[in-house]
Design a binder for this molecule. Structure first.
Ligand code: ZN
Length: 251
């Protein structure tokens, strides 16, 4: 005799539960990220003529110090390609620490912090957690971008663009790791978690527009507006694009 495992009502309820489950959301998000990854990977290789920033290390293994130079150079190249700004003069101190300092962490709060950056008057300090789950290189690439943004644009920074560009630069160097981190964040916290939004939405925004020749000018004005949300940025981008089209057609 065959056994009925689920009544139709139970089956429907299981389907519904799957439809809104974190697993499905994470799967959909991974597919979206994959499509973005293909788009981003189609870019031309990058190069820079800038000098490398002076970087010193504390409490770092010798192989970290050896490999870090290539990550610093590549992160700088990606930053300059997207923003068309020259940076790389601000001294950087990289520390590996068990407990991240509270400084610069007031906006973070989801318990998954891998590193922080804080800026002194004429140098920046990057702390990388020894208890992180990501690789040190991925964390370094992200935090370095915050230093470049500070050097190029000054103190005020729009959070979505700042975290988005940092994730974008890390993504260009460590694509599978950044995709995995964002998918995991979605699976555990849901797509609307306020703590993850600037990273996910920012990466999405930067990846969508980074190769547009109008993006450097847009970024330069929008990064100085700390209160713009993702929706605001999308609206501003549309308006800026429309203005440029109108300007071209009146010529
Ligand atoms: Zn960050």
């Amino acid at each position: 005799m065959s056994k009925i495992l689920f009544t139709p009502e139970e089956s429907a309820s299981r389907v519904l539960r799957f439809a809104i489950s974190p697993t499905l959301l994470a799967t959909l998000f991974s597919l979206w990220l994959l499509s973005m990854l293909i788009m981003v990977r189609a870019d031309e290789p990058v190069s820079t003529s800038s000098p490398l920033p002076p970087v010193t290390f504390e409490n770092a293994a010798s192989e970290v110090v050896e490999e870090a130079g290539a990550i610093v150079a590549t992160a700088l190249q990606h930053f300059e390609k997207v923003t068309q700004r020259k940076t790389g003069n601000r001294p950087i101190r990289v520390r590996f620490v068990e407990i991240l300092s509270a400084r610069g962490m007031e906006h973070l709060g989801d318990g998954r912090i891998q590193g922080v950056t804080h800026h002194e008057a004429d140098f920046s300090v990057i702390e990388i957690s020894t208890r992180r789950t990501s690789s040190w290189g991925r964390t370094l690439a992200h935090e370095l971008t915050h230093v470049f943004v500070r050097e190029a644009y000054g103190k005020v920074a729009n959070r979505t663009l700042n975290e988005g560009l940092a994730e974008y630069v890390a993504f260009r160097i460590f694509p599978s790791e950044v995709s995995r981190d964002l998918s995991n964040a979605h699976a555990s916290l849901g797509p609307l978690s306020p703590a993850r939004r600037p990273y996910v939405e920012g990466l999405r925004f930067v990846a969508q527009h980074a190769s547009d020749k109008r993006f450097p000018n847009f970024f330069e004005s929008a990064i100085k507006n700390p209160n713009s949300s993702y929706q605001d940025l999308k609206e501003t981008w549309k308006t800026a694009s429309a203005l440029l089209v109108a300007k071209q057609s009146s010529n």
